[in-house]
Design a protein around this ligand. Structure first.
Ligand code: MOS
Length: 744
């Protein structure tokens, strides 16, 4: 018998190489004859190119210059729609679009060349905010500057609200958020014999890039290979953007006929790559005196930026999560995404949900206040339980951990006692304490029919070194995927961890298990591998003629012998969405996700009423993720996501000036450091989920939904103010104070 892997905190497979500095990030890769790329960009938010001049004082024959005419295929970066050009030719829609690409023998020379290009433009009126978009300050998308519009409707919200004892309204606002991964975006493209192209870089989704490359480079996908280098953080920021960067590098590599590397500087990365979508969420709820929510009207408006990229799915996920984890039979929720002349907003951990969950969680506290009941009571009264139906009409038939999470976090924070102590403390101190709650959910895997469409494939292969290797497109970006997936396979085969390896995520070597996004890797890819592993075990048992568990000490010999006697063996399986999961995309009705993960936070803060400075003391987080395959990694994900969320809640301000990013470095874009971080206590709740491997559900994004509202609610509790806009900065609190007339 081998030791079980699932449920054990095994050391991450990538840990040693990373701490020893042996891991190869894209900037560590040097190819023979490689040049370095730079991008000449637009400098105003909206306009038309008049003229591009190369300064004759520069030795242009020593570098390679490419423009849109050098794109072998179509000038579009395919993500979902095809509205995003790689290189602009006439009208452009945000600061930072590519006008010209340059490659040179050194990076310095490429950057010097960039400074010798003069672009002149005709200025067009820009749309910089949702208000501008609505007012049609300029027409930048369709007839109404609207990218996407969705509606969820169940029951009759307006009738239900009319019958309510009390109507509570609120307007909640959130800004952009920057991913702040430690490694900026970087890609190398290299021409291959026979006209193909090879891409290696810091990326989440190799197959997204090969799809985009096929169109841009006019190549069949078998002539394109995309490989992940070691990645220094992504958080969604390397989901869609690398397709654009790979396009720049590929066009240059093709023209210069040599490998080309492009690594962004921090300010360039922050200025032109994606961010979390800003949003305005308006709630109007009708409630009974006892706290029961009778009807909800919700409006969600998101700012998409200049091109559609992933906005359709971000908006949809935001809308589906907008009721929060609460039962309500009468919901009318509308969501609209507007175009603006700013860089496209894209994927960021949570993917639309942190925006709408902040809104509902602040709103729940404000309903409780209006009713004179506690934030705990209002949540207990309305939270989803087994058998409840969501606003899209999905019946929650299993693995509903909301109650357990709330109970766990209330108990471990000693919530009730703490509330009493805080009230006592606040009577006699200028440093006010506050306690804030949040309750949240997150749909695991792609929204709606996404998983049915993508039919993720993953495989296992016997290798000559005696190792059984995972074939997955799932990327390791620090979250631990390659460790967790190996643990699943090891236990499903009943063999030791060390017998299992992972093939490099390279489109030429692995099947398409889909992008590494949407908290889908453990659940979806893990469950496919679970199937593969059971078949692989059976194949090896048959080979050795024994139905007993595989002999661990002889396993690598068995693998080698199998290959010698029978030839190669690869087992590939496909994800099948259970047939009872049905989604109507057009009407946003049905089973929005295969299942949901749940979470609850209690945050404690101190607010200095003189400076309005907030210090985050402690946060308790309970997450129901079905099964913790690797508890230590789960804790890491919960801590990381929570910290990112409290940064979103109280610190991180993305500031723009006329469409130009002002906060383009870590000196002025302030994220929590170890000194700002609250102590985080994590509690793992396990309500097993039948679809997931060993009962596991999604985790990656979940904790991102909870920290911000818990902190905002704690600040409200401490100060008696009503902060409804993130991040809750001292400046915003001062404004609140002036409005409420409480300024001293
Ligand atoms: Mo993620 S935000 O679904 O890469």
């Amino acid at each position: 018998m081998v030791d079980k892997c699932v449920g054990e905190s095994l050391t991450r497979r990538d840990a040693l190489d990373k701490v020893r500095g042996a891991a190869k990030y894209v900037d560590d890769i040097d190819l023979p004859g490689m040049w370095h790329g730079a991008v000449v960009r637009t400098q105003i938010p909206h306009g038309k190119i008049k003229d591009v001049k190369l300064d004759p004082a520069f030795p242009w024959d020593e570098v390679c210059v490419a423009d849109a005419r050098d794109i072998p295929g179509r000038n579009c970066v395919a993500i979902i729609e095809e509205d995003l050009p790689l290189i602009i030719t006439d009208e452009f829609k945000h600061i930072g679009e590519a006008v010209l690409l340059i490659a040179a023998p050194t990076r310095e020379m490429a950057l010097r060349a960039r400074d010798h290009v003069k672009v002149s433009c005709r200025k067009l009126e820009p749309v910089l905010t949702i208000e501008d978009a609505k007012a049609m300050r300029s027409k930048i998308r369709g007839a109404d500057n609207i990218f996407f519009k969705y509606k969820i409707e169940c029951g009759d919200a307006s009738k239900a609200i009319k019958k309510a004892d009390l109507i509570v309204e609120g307007r909640y606002e959130v800004g952009h958020q920057e991913h702040a991964y430690i490694e900026p975006n970087g890609i190398i493209a290299a021409p291959r014999d026979g006209g193909g192209i090879e891409i290696v870089g810091s990326l989440q989704c190799p197959f997204y890039i090969s799809k985009a490359m096929a169109i841009l480079m006019n190549l069949p996908e078998d002539k394109i290979s995309v490989r992940q280098a070691t990645v220094g953080g992504a958080f969604g920021g390397k989901e869609d953007y690398p397709s654009l960067l790979a396009g720049y590098a590929a066009v240059l590599a093709r023209k210069a006929n040599r490998p080309v590397k492009i690594i962004y500087e921090r300010d360039e990365d922050m200025s032109v790559t994606t961010k979390r979508h800003p949003a305005v969420v308006v709630h109007r709820s009708g409630v009974k005196r006892d706290g029961t929510i009778l009807g909800m009207e919700i409006s969600v408006e998101m700012e998409a930026g200049a091109y559609s990229t992933l906005t359709a799915v971000v908006l949809s996920r935001g809308l589906i999560h907008a009721t929060g984890p609460y039962r309500c039979e009468n919901v009318l929720a509308n969501a609209v995404a507007y175009a603006t002349n700013t860089p496209p907003n894209g994927a960021f951990r949570g993917f639309g949900a942190p925006q709408t969950i902040f809104a509902i969680e602040r709103h729940m506290d404000r309903i409780a206040l209006a009713l004179g009941i506690s934030p705990l009571e209002i949540r207990r009264k309305n939270m989803f339980k087994l058998g409840d139906v969501t606003s899209t009409g999905q019946r929650l038939t299993e693995s509903v951990g909301a109650t357990k999470c709330l109970d766990a976090v209330i108990a471990s924070s000693d919530y009730k006692k703490r509330i009493v102590e805080i009230a006592k403390h606040n009577k006699s101190s200028q440093i006010k304490r506050g306690l804030g709650l949040s309750l949240y959910w997150h749909g695991a895997a792609f929204t709606g029919s996404g998983e049915a469409k993508i039919k993720a494939k993953a495989g296992l292969r016997l290798d000559p070194d005696g190792v059984i290797r995972l074939l997955v497109a799932a990327t390791e970006m620090g979250q631990g995927a390659h460790t967790v997936l190996v643990q699943i396979v090891a236990d499903a085969m009943g063999v030791g961890f060390s017998h299992i390896g992972v093939e490099t995520p390279d489109t030429a070597l692995v099947p398409n298990s889909g992008p590494t996004v949407a908290s889908r890797t453990t659940l979806v890819v893990g469950s496919v591998l679970d199937k593969c592993a059971r078949k692989m075990k059976a194949a090896l048992q048959e080979f050795i003629g024994s139905e007993d568990s595989l002999p661990d000490d002889k396993l690598s010999n068995i693998v080698k012998r199998y290959l010698k006697e029978r030839g190669p063996l690869t087992i590939v399986e496909q994800f099948q969405l259970p047939p009872n999961i049905v989604w109507d995309e057009l009407n946003h009705k049905g089973d929005a996700y295969p299942g949901y993960s749940w979470g609850a936070d209690v945050a404690e803060v101190e607010v200095d009423m003189t400076t309005l400075d907030v210090s985050m003391k402690k946060i308790w987080v309970a997450c129901d993720i079905g099964r913790a395959i690797n508890p230590k990694l789960v804790e890491g994900q919960i801590e990381g996501g929570t910290l990112q969320s409290v940064g979103y809640g109280a610190m991180e301000s993305v500031i723009w000036n006329d469409g130009r990013l002002v906060t383009n470095r870590f000196q002025n874009y302030i994220i929590p450091t170890s000194l700002d971080a609250p102590e985080i206590e994590t509690i793992i709740v396990e309500e097993p989920f039948s679809i997931g491997p060993f009962g596991a559900k999604g985790l990656g994004e979940l904790p991102m939904n909870g920290g911000a509202p818990a902190i905002a609610n704690a600040i409200a509790h401490a100060t008696g103010l009503d902060p409804c806009s993130l991040p809750v900065t001292p400046e915003k609190l001062l404004k609140e104070m002036r409005i409420s007339g409480n300024e001293k």
